[in-house]
Design a protein around this ligand. Structure first.
Ligand SMILES: [Zn+2]
Length: 537
């Protein structure tokens, strides 16, 4: 009986290969040592469970298939774990998984587009090597004696016991290290969080807003939510290229806020804080409400125009928030990998502006902006920048190429913003336009990296444009007063208060000191990633 048990385990010895890779590669990439130890023990237990289960099927017809499946799973988890450590210097976390689940927001593609480099490709190949050998291997004719019934049962009990104990230990001590376990539990959390958001924020009104006041006269307001646009690449913010030729011509009519950041660098987490009362002090308020709901309650007709694909695996958070509007238009049906131009919003805007003139309206526009892949964000006529970008820190082909594509996209965005303002201007109504981006992108500005993720969380990922335009009829304090506010340090997580002030909406809990344009504005710590003081990091 003994030899047979060991033969079964021995036959599946190559299942321990991914663990060896984790041990060796992990030794160089996982710090501190305690983390490394936990990762290794956690992976050992998972390997033990997989080997036991695989050995159960020894001598059955299913043996080879199960062995290969077990190996693939272990190799896959080893790859994900190690490549995450190699790329970001930390283990894969619940928040990373959360973003990955939100695949329709296209954020996962950013992870993936930056995932493959020489090291990770080598790792993948290395982990696949035993598989080729295994697929070719033929099982030898039975040479061992056939075990009797008792021996078979005993062996099965032993293997099941080992698997059971391993899983028990993983559940008890190594939950966070175990990718399958962490994924399942995070996914459950994610679904609950999503459902709660839907129940609360997809409704036209919210109990978060009481004693709502607003003026009755005609007003037309537009809030534009940009995408992946860093203030580092805007001419209006001092960038050394003509990326804002159009807005520059009306520069004197704009209020350009110089020092604004987003509380997160991913759309889903950032937009939730920017458009709702949730902020880093109170990230999960029991009663939360969005500015779309507030606008509804203040008697405005509300519109949500989106140029981002609304539904993927699950509805994205911006879609949930937008669906509180009385009228929604989703213009894009493809994801980020396809050509999507923001000019698609202009005819819709024309139509909405003509609808019921002299009424109270607020139009929210969610652009595709300058989201990766940059070359798919603008028509050929905007393929403008081809030479070496100014002050490029990383002088390699990809950096030059991507910076040029990004700057083209920023320049196209400039023309869209200009067109929107022109349309509002022609209305001759009491209007404002508020524009900001949900977060920025690192485009080789401070590190050799493209895109955005919170592990790196570089300045260009957090620092975003925030620009206002006001119509002649919009009654604002003397130009000189608001113009002096442009150096204020602001985090967009307090945007609901700026929004309420600008729209002349009052509500219980409105805090003028959180509005960037109020005289009582208070400079407060700007918290990013829930707990980090941006200005002290
Ligand atoms: Zn985004």
């Amino acid at each position: 009986m003994r030899p047979i048990f060991f033969t079964a385990v021995f036959k599946n010895l190559w299942l321990w290969f991914p663990l060896c890779v984790v041990m060796i590669a992990g030794y160089f990439s996982i710090q501190p040592l305690a983390y490394y130890g936990k990762e290794v023990i956690g992976f050992t237990l998972m390997t033990l469970a997989a080997t036991s289960i695989t050995s159960l099927f020894y001598r059955t017809a299913l043996a080879k298939g199960i062995a290969i499946a077990s190996y693939l799973l272990l190799a896959f988890f080893a790859f994900v774990k190690l490549s995450f450590y190699l790329q970001y210097g930390v283990g894969i976390s619940a928040s990373a998984l959360f973003v990955i689940f939100e695949t329709n927001a296209g954020e996962a593609s950013d992870y993936l587009s930056n995932y493959f480099n020489t090291t990770t490709i080598f790792l993948a190949i290395l982990l696949l090597v035993p598989l080729f050998w295994l697929l070719k291997a033929k099982r030898k004719r039975k040479i061992e004696r056939t075990p009797n019934k008792i021996q078979t049962i005993f062996r099965a009990a032993l293997l099941i016991g080992i698997a059971f104990i391993s899983v028990f230990l993983i559940r008890k001590y190594f939950r966070t290290q175990n990718i399958p376990y962490a994924t399942i539990s995070t996914f459950k959390e994610y679904k609950i969080a999503k459902q709660q958001l839907k129940d609360k924020l997809a409704q036209p009104t919210s109990p978060a807003f009481t004693e709502v006041t607003s003026q009755a006269d005609p007003q037309t307001y537009v809030v534009v939510i940009g995408e992946s646009t860093s203030s580092w690449h805007l001419q209006l913010y001092g960038y050394g290229r003509e990326t804002n030729p159009k807005l520059t011509t009306i520069k004197n009519d704009l209020l350009v806020m110089d020092n604004v950041i987003s509380p997160h660098v991913h759309t889903i987490t950032a937009v939730e804080k920017i458009l709702t009362l949730a902020d880093s002090e109170n990230s999960k308020p029991s009663v939360n409400g969005s500015i779309i709901q507030l606008a509804n309650q203040a008697g405005f007709t509300t519109y949500w125009i989106s140029n981002q694909k609304p539904v993927g695996l699950y509805e994205s958070i911006p879609t949930i928030l937008g669906s509180a509007a009385q009228h929604t238009r989703f213009l894009a049906t493809d994801d980020y990998n396809y050509q999507i131009y923001d000019e698609a919003v202009l005819p819709v805007l024309d139509e909405l502006l003509q609808e019921e003139t002299h009424a109270k309206k607020i139009i929210f526009i969610h652009l595709i902006g300058t989201h990766l892949r940059y070359e798919k964000r603008y028509p050929e006529t905007f393929n403008m920048f081809k030479d070496n970008p100014p002050h490029l820190k990383f002088q390699h082909k990809k950096a030059i190429e991507q910076t040029n594509l990004y700057d083209n996209a920023v320049r196209y965005n400039d023309s869209i913003m200009y067109e929107i303002i022109q349309r509002l201007d022609q209305q001759k109504e009491r209007s404002y336009l508020a524009y900001f981006a949900d977060h920025g992108d690192e485009v080789y500005d401070t590190m050799d990296f493209l895109g955005h993720n919170e592990y790196h969380g570089t300045a260009p990922m957090f620092e975003v444009p925030m620009i206002f335009w006001f119509s002649e009829a919009y009654k604002k304090p003397s130009d000189s007063l608001w113009a002096t506010y442009n150096k204020r340090k602001y985090s967009l997580e307090h945007f609901p208060h700026t929004f309420a002030q600008l729209s002349g909406i009052g509500f219980r809990g409105f805090d003028a000191s959180k509005s960037i344009l109020d005289s009582s504005f208070v400079d407060r710590p700007r918290i990013v990633k829930d707990t980090v003081d941006y200005d002290k990091r």
